[in-house]
Design a protein. Structure first.
Length: 133
């Protein structure tokens, strides 16, 4: 992929595939943390933000596998709660899209991003595919 193609690219999976095999595992982990930080303000639960912090410390070698596993459990619980909040708010919004419902949907997606992209195995993420640490 040439620089001009990279600048116009809109498919992140293709862009990541181009980078596969380049960079260290630490670099990939920090890249994923940085991407997740872009939606951190949408996370409603402390557990999600705490898990992100642990994930970053793990990438730098300052958190143990056990700490990461505990953070993963809490991130999963936060994602589950965020989706439950979204589900319950559908009734309040009378199954219509409004600002409050949109905020809950965004929060649920942000929590899910942290859990699914960073803390679990994904075939599209070279870091996860190569194993943890």
């Amino acid at each position: 992929m040439l620089e001009a193609e990279w600048s116009r690219a809109v498919n992140p999976q293709k862009m990541i595939a181009v980078l596969n095999g380049k960079g260290s595992e630490r670099l990939w982990r920090l890249f994923v943390v940085a991407c997740t930080r872009r939606v951190e303000h949408l996370m409603r639960y402390h557990a999600s933000r705490k898990a992100l912090e642990v994930a970053e410390r793990f990438a730098d070698g300052n958190a143990s596998r056990e700490e990461l596993n505990v953070a993963r459990v809490h991130a999963e619980e936060a994602a589950r709660q965020a989706h439950y909040d979204e589900y319950m708010d559908e009734v309040r919004a009378n199954f219509r899209w409004d600002a409050e419902y949109a905020a809950l949907v965004a929060a649920a997606h942000a929590a899910e991003l942290l859990f699914s992209v960073w803390l679990t195995t994904s075939a599209t993420c070279p870091v996860a595919r190569n194993g943890h640490r």
